[in-house]
Every structure is written in C-alpha cells, then in structure tokens.
Design a protein around this ligand. Structure first.
Ligand code: TYC
Length: 122
C-alpha cells in the first residue's frame, strides 16, 4: 500500500501484492492522484426583487446594512431594481449568500415589507 494525503483507497477483490511493494496485499490498493484536490468554491449572486410596496428608503437601508454599500451605491442599486425588476446586491460563496438572503428576508418581515431577496448560482 502506497499512500499520501491525497490518496483514496480503492477496494480490490483479489489483491496479492497488487502495488508491487513486495508484501502480500491487504485487500486495498491506493491510486495516487497527480494533482492535489483543490476546487474553487461555486459562487452565488444575491438578488433583490422589485415590488410596489416596499419604500425606497427601506431598500437603501437594507443594501447599506447587509451589503456594506454607501448611500450612493445603495441608491444606484435600489433604482436599478425599481426600474428593471431585479438587481444584484453581491456575489458570495453558498453559505454567505444564504445568510444574506435570510438576514434580508427576516429584516423585511420584521418591518412588515414584502421585499424579496433570492440567490442564484453564477
Ligand atoms: N418599487 C418600490 C417603490 O416604488 C421600491 C423598491 C425598490 C422596492 C427595490 C423593492 O427591491 C426593491 N416604493
């Protein structure tokens, strides 16, 4: 058996010194990967949806509070959503995006606004 930290054991039905290490087989053979297994995490857009009832000032406050935008950036994004129906608040890994969506939805509900926030895979 040859192993490194990137190895995964592969079960063999008949392994009699399959890996040529001079010792009889123990029922497993390890195939060693050439490259380390490092995958970039998938990214998700967090989107705000327009509605006819949520006050513009509340949307600006949400963008500043949960997406670290200044007043100018937040106003720009809010107006984009107001005019186009949907707009991007930010791009994050899955768990961060999920947290942002929950924070916005909870805050909107608490303030009795129908504001909708969703995430989509990039
Ligand atoms: N359309 C809303 C209004 O006229 C403002 C608004 C903007 C609501 C963006 C939601 O995501 C939103 N009061």
């Amino acid at each position: 058996m040859i192993a490194d930290k990137f190895s995964a054991p592969i079960m063999q039905e008949n392994d009699d010194d399959f890996d040529g290490d001079g010792k009889p087989g123990d029922g497993t053979t390890v195939i060693t990967r050439t490259k380390p297994k490092l995958k970039k995490p998938s990214l998700y857009r967090v989107l705000l949806l327009n509605d006819d009832f949520t006050p513009m000032e509340f949307v600006v406050e949400v963008l500043a509070r949960f997406f670290q935008m200044n007043l100018e950036q937040a106003t720009k994004v809010m107006l984009h959503v107001h005019q186009n129906g949907v707009g991007e608040c930010g791009v994050y890994t899955y768990e961060v995006a999920e947290t942002k969506v929950t924070q916005v939805m909870d805050y909107a509900k608490k303030n009795q606004h129908p504001l909708q926030c969703v995430m989509e895979k990039k």
